[in-house]
Design a protein. Structure first.
Length: 304
């Protein structure tokens, strides 16, 4: 690459509900603030969704803006490792989004692994291997990468309902069970911070398996931890929009670049306890501009 060529850009974007009233209209409203990518997330499944129509509407909303759809996501309550109706709907949503990603011009589908309810992480692995081995082959055939969010929900190593991809120790077991490179991470540092895990070393160790990044930070109230512990009466951790939490995102982006990451960081809003309700978009636009500064600002070519 010439020193005058613009290097691949880590885009800064945000998440949009695909199940909302008018996702394309929402994108049109916030595009002028400078978002460069959008991750479209579905919460309850995709049964009844006209994805062809939605993709056409979204692509029309993006028009010549230069912004892109970075990924699709399914974050429902079902577990694709189980057989209840909500579980089967979630599994169907994974299959449908893998098949439909190309309509949106993207090649990443994110979400939760699912879990065998009431079982430990290790006990869930054989069923995980069956389900995700098949989904990995489906993704490979379509040029899609699957990105597991490292969200704990209320799951632990010993038991849970929705997700196995909790920690690096879990990732090692998961990727050994299904070694396909179609499977990777939708990495979010917040979910490590609230487990009191340092997220930064993970980027160097797991950078080649980070396929999408959720922009969410955390504030750890160490004064509360020291006085009450993590099971006491007072909240000791808060999910935060980047720029308002404890993490230096300039270091995050530098580490991502060193690891070769060229995807998107999409802000996961609607969690910050301060910049919420009427201040939601105020917080998100601040975060957008903060992350752009952490990225180094606008590209400036070197003198010739």
């Amino acid at each position: 690459m010439s020193t005058q060529e613009r290097p691949p850009l880590i885009r800064i974007g945000t998440m949009v509900s695909g199940s909302g009233r008018d996702p394309a209209g929402y994108i049109r409203q916030i595009l002028p603030y400078g978002f460069e990518s959008f991750s479209i997330a579905f919460s309850g499944g995709v049964r009844g969704e006209d994805l062809v129509r939605l993709a056409d509407q979204v692509q029309s909303a993006l028009a010549d803006s230069g912004a892109v759809i970075s990924s699709l996501g399914i974050y429902g309550n079902g577990s694709p490792l189980e057989n209840g109706q909500a579980d089967l709907d979630t599994l169907m949503a994974w299959e449908t989004l893998i098949d439909s990603a190309h309509l949106f011009g993207c090649s990443i589908v994110g979400g939760f692994t699912g879990r065998v309810r009431g079982s430990s992480l290790e006990e869930s692995l054989p069923r995980y291997g069956q389900v995700w081995g098949e989904l990995a082959r489906r993704a490979e055939d379509r040029g899609v990468r699957i990105a597991f969010e490292n969200c704990t929900r209320t799951d632990t190593w010993q038991e849970g309902t929705r997700n196995l991809a909790l920690t690096p120790a879990a990732w090692e077991l998961m990727f050994a069970e299904v070694p396909s490179r179609a499977l990777g991470l939708e990495w979010e540092p917040c979910h490590q911070m609230v487990q009191l895990i340092d997220p930064l070393p993970q980027i160097a160790a797991w950078g080649s398996r980070i396929y999408h990044v959720h922009g969410k930070c955390a504030t750890i109230r160490w004064d509360v931890v020291r006085q009450y512990g993590i099971y006491g009466p007072r909240p000791w951790a808060y999910h935060r929009t980047p720029g308002f939490g404890d993490l230096d995102w300039a270091r995050v982006i530098s580490e991502l670049r060193l690891a070769g990451y060229v995807g998107s960081i999409d802000i996961e809003g609607w969690h910050d306890p301060v910049y919420r309700d009427a201040l939601e978009m105020t917080g998100q636009v601040h975060s957008l501009n903060y992350l752009k500064r952490c990225r180094g600002g606008e590209f400036v070519p070197n003198p010739t």
